[in-house]
Design a protein around this ligand. Structure first.
Ligand code: ZN
Length: 502
């Protein structure tokens, strides 16, 4: 490069660097001013670009109002005492939802029964109310999978979110039925390679993929994806985590874990797996180590399968201290988890400081669910280890968990974090947003060399995300890596957001 070219290059770099920084600085200053007003903060965070939502249960994301409407339209029945939804034919004890919910007082009671709305006024704890809702309302969602994907993706779409990893359990009921029909077939006392390739699982994988095709097609049809009237969810990149329900008998859990690995291997829409249901359930506590060992053994057979685990999702007093000692540690070391969901109990674990340092070193991110933890375990403010993770350099990302049950959205979690933790700056929120994409399991190499500064990897150094990359090597890099493309999109959204007045 001759001197003139070098000078021109320098000027062109300055020309975009200075305004970009000025935009970020002015947006950061505006954020500091408005953050004490809940409603200005809500407005700001609603439009603030969010990289992703890495911890979102599809069942729990649905609001009660949708479930009541679907159950009514589908001729399903409801038990007035509990709100339990069931399949027709209905009878005097289980009237049709359509008739029963026509009364506004009953309708209101059903919304409470399928969510934590008004739970503080009831006899049940937030923990019990949260977990009791699912069994009641899930029959109302069956057959409405396309509608569910539409609702979950649209909510992220309007909130300016790039990426969504949905936890769902398609096919898991068939896997459990297989284990129930063949006692001993999925016992973990033999090497996983002996039982995890059971021939019936291949059939369940094929059927589940076909089901997913159908559900996605229905969602895209309902949302008019690809047409002028496309709904916001069409623009969100949705991937799935195969969701194992871990409170069933061990063999039924093992077969679900095997199915989860096979789904991730077979279908690129599945980017990982996770274990769900209460961690303090006596069955979970009894079999936790075995569950971790099964995941670890299958992970050795399929090292390219990503694992995120709910771990440390409880607190002091809920279970004996002995059960709080090492769930996160086991998830990391025995099961090979690359992300941790919740991680609330880290401060109670033996050797927690070493674990925190290891997580930072290995780049294991924690999916932080502030509202969920406040409702389910009354864990809030400085009691929450969110800042502890950050202090040790462990990557963190904000997520919605069960937004329908908790009656929140992802914006609410950003707003809550900003209001609760005044030490978090605008740039910290950009990092939280970037982390929710960077640590997502979507395929490909990342665009960012680090999520704090937003610095690009060498292939794209000096490029501006608000226009097409100039350099062929950056264009090639983006073409080759889906994750990098999503990150490019997020950085472009930041540039646009920061160019607006706040
Ligand atoms: Zn969860």
């Amino acid at each position: 490069m001759n001197r003139l070219a070098a000078l021109l290059f320098l000027l062109s770099t300055l020309a975009w660097t200075v305004p970009a920084r000025a935009d970020e600085a002015s947006t950061a200053a505006a954020f500091q001013k408005l953050r004490t007003s809940p409603w200005l903060l809500r407005q700001f965070m609603f439009s603030f670009p969010k990289g992703g939502d890495l911890h979102n249960h599809l069942d729990g994301s649905i609001y009660a109002e949708s479930i009541i409407a679907w159950a009514g339209a589908d001729g399903k029945c409801v038990d007035p005492a509990s709100g339990q939804i069931s399949f027709p034919p209905c009878d005097a004890a289980r009237p049709p939802m359509k008739d029963y919910a026509a009364d506004s007082t009953r309708y209101s009671q059903l919304v409470d029964a399928y969510s934590v709305r008004n739970y503080e006024r009831g006899a049940r704890s937030g923990h019990d109310q949260t977990f009791v809702t699912f069994g009641r309302f899930i029959p109302g969602t069956l057959g409405r999978e396309g509608d569910m994907l539409r609702e979950a993706s649209n909510r992220r779409g309007v909130e300016n979110t790039v990426y969504l990893e949905l936890l769902q359990s398609y096919g898991m009921d068939k896997a459990r039925a297989l284990a129930a029909a063949e006692p001993g077939a999925f016992k973990a006392d033999r090497p996983a390679s002996d039982w995890a390739g059971h021939p019936a699982l291949a059939r369940i994988v094929a059927e589940t993929r076909t089901d997913l095709d159908r559900h996605e097609a229905r969602w895209r049809e309902l949302s008019h994806c690809g047409h002028a009237a496309a709904e916001p969810g069409c623009g969100v990149t949705v991937r799935y985590l195969a969701q194992v329900i871990r409170t069933f008998p061990p063999e039924q859990v093992n077969v679900q874990i095997a199915l989860a690995f096979l789904l991730v291997k077979a279908d690129p829409r599945y980017v990982g797996l996770n274990l769900v249901a209460p961690e303090d359930d006596p069955g979970t506590l009894r079999h936790y180590r075995e569950q971790m060992a099964v995941i670890g053994a299958l992970g050795k057979l399929h090292p390219d399968v990503n694992v995120s685990l709910h771990a440390g999702e409880f607190g002091f007093g809920l279970v004996p201290p002995e059960d709080l000692r090492d769930h996160i540690r086991q998830a990391l070391d025995v099961a090979g988890a690359r992300r941790i969901g919740h991680g609330e109990a880290i401060g109670l674990e033996t050797g927690a400081l070493d674990t925190l340092r290891d997580m930072a070193r290995r780049g294991v991110a924690v999916e932080i669910n502030l509202t969920s933890n406040a409702i389910v375990h009354d864990l809030k403010g400085d009691q929450h280890p969110f800042l502890l993770y950050r202090r040790f350099g462990v990557p963190t990302a904000l997520s919605a968990d069960d937004e329908g049950v908790f009656r929140i959205d992802l914006t609410n979690e950003y707003q809550r974090a900003a209001a609760t933790y005044p030490g978090l700056s605008y740039r910290d929120f950009k990092q939280l947003s970037r982390n929710a994409l960077h640590y997502g399991f979507t395929a490909g190499q990342p665009l960012l060399a680090d999520t704090a500064s937003g610095r690009f990897v060498p292939a794209c150094t000096g490029e501006r995300p608000s226009r097409e990359p100039k350099a062929a090597r950056c264009r090639d890099f983006l073409a080759a890596h889906a994750k990098a493309r999503l990150q490019w999109d997020l950085e472009a959204r930041f540039a646009h957001f920061e160019s607006q007045a706040h």
